[in-house]
Design a protein around this ligand. Structure first.
Ligand SMILES: NC(=O)c1ccc[n+]([C@@H]2O[C@H](COP(=O)([O-])OP(=O)(O)OC[C@H]3O[C@@H](n4cnc5c(N)ncnc54)[C@H](O)[C@@H]3O)[C@@H](O)[C@H]2O)c1
Length: 260
């Protein structure tokens, strides 16, 4: 790898955590394919990378749950950049409801995006990485992939599934010098995803929406919410050769909230 510029795909890189990860990887010198369902977001982030970080970037519009589109994303990335060193699978959706009211279509969409999309993307990228005999795959999971989450059955089930997939990919790909790890963020309290769930959390806890934030801070031994930077630091480390003896892991970045 020495001498060549590294290449990353951030799947679900168009906003919020994925956007922050795309910029951080650009800062670390990666050329970044920013892949997202929302075309304008992918273009915005890729343009910012080119202008601000002076590294090449490729916006890709893709539905990561569709096999043909994922194949095209990987083909286009290799056509432009020649290789793929890192896949960050960040795309995820969350819909909160009590189990007795959980709609099948919400279950299906959550499993498709959080788990099937990870499978499809990792599989297609792995084909390239196997040929290279080098690569890193990192899934952005959640602490809900380690412990069940009230009123979040589909989300938690999809993220638990991601742990099994990560471990199995790690076993399949170890002989090709490809490492696969999941990162389990705690609550990103300032993210729109968390804030969109606040009314349901207030209902579930029987408190006012404005009290939800403090309740979630109080659950964390280090007494703060998770930040995009906390996750970016873990991604950069696990993508680096400093983590060369680590694969198949599900790494908590939760301020001590989850310890297993
Ligand atoms: N926000 C939190 O508190 C929190 C906590 C723990 C883990 N996470 C995980 O972190 C990741 C990012 O979370 P976020 O809060 O930034 O979410 P977000 O909804 O703001 O961003 C997700 C991105 O994925 C894209 N996406 C969704 N479905 C897609 C599809 N089918 N094809 C292509 N792109 C698709 C969206 O367009 C969006 O840009 C998710 O995997 C989430 O589960 C979030």
């Amino acid at each position: 790898m020495s001498g060549e510029q590294k290449v990353a795909i951030v799947a679900g890189g168009g906003q919020n955590l994925g956007e922050a990860l795309s910029y951080r990887l650009a800062l670390e010198g990666y050329q970044v394919a920013v892949a997202d369902l929302i075309r304008e977001h992918a273009i915005k982030v890729a343009t910012e990378i080119r202008n601000h970080y002076q590294v090449a970037s490729l916006p890709v519009t893709v539905d990561l749950t569709k096999e043909d589109q994922v194949r095209k994303m990987v083909r286009d990335t290799v056509d432009i950049f020649g290789r793929i060193d890192l896949l960050v699978y960040n795309a995820g959706v969350a819909k909160s409801a009590n189990i007795t009211e959980y709609e099948l279509q919400d279950w299906q969409k959550t499993l498709d995006t959080n788990l099937t999309g990870y499978f499809l993307t990792a599989r297609e990228v792995a084909k390239v990485m196997v040929n290279q005999r080098y690569g890193n795959i990192i899934q952005i999971n959640s602490k809900s992939g380690k412990v069940g989450s009230k009123h979040n059955s589909a989300y938690s089930a999809s993220k638990f599934g991601g742990v099994g997939l990560t471990q199995s990919l790690a076993l399949d790909l170890a002989e090709y010098n490809i490492r696969v790890n999941s990162i389990m963020p705690g609550n990103l309290l300032d993210s729109p995803m968390f804030q969109s769930l606040t009314p349901q959390y207030a209902k579930k806890l029987g408190i006012k929406p404005e009290e939800v934030r403090q309740v979630y801070i109080d659950k964390v031994p280090l007494k703060r919410g998770c930040t995009y930077e906390d996750i970016a630091n873990a991604v950069v480390f696990y993508a680096s050769d400093q983590a060369s003896y680590m694969t198949g892991q599900s790494i908590n970045v939760t301020g001590g909230q989850v310890m297993h």
